[in-house]
Write a protein that binds this ligand. Sequence first.
Ligand SMILES: [Zn+2]
Length: 161
Amino acid sequence: MEILAHPNPALAQRAADAEPGSDRGLRRLVEDLAHAMYDAPGVGLAATQVGVLKRVLVYDIDDGLVAVCNPVIVSRSDEVELDDEGCLSLPGITVPVERACSVVCEGVDLDGHAMRIEGEGLLARVLQHETDHLDGVLIIDRATAQDRKDALRRYHELHTG
Ligand SMILES: [Zn+2]
């Protein structure tokens, strides 16, 4: 399964709620997402990045594969951290992005059971990054105007001509 790259229009779309339980395709989707993520390699991937507009994300931060359907960031720390962030849909560049240092994310698993993930550091960053994807938001949309301009210039230099 191919990971779409900016400026593919699917990456700017808001994904629809997933329906674990009734949608038999979700298990296969999670397998495909995991395969694409490990193959890249990356630490997280959202379904929109493979052109499937369903609210599903996967991640693996050295602790095994986790899949979350309909993830919602229900709380964010006031404390924020600015760090360079990359994205499999913007290969070759990183952009400084400010993120909450810790978050709580709620969602459901593939069987429809409630999940609650408390993350800090890299996990918090990945949860915020991947839920952004499900709303059609990329790291360049989170960057300052100047950083966005610089990043897109580098990106176009890398990927054209
Ligand atoms: Zn990304």
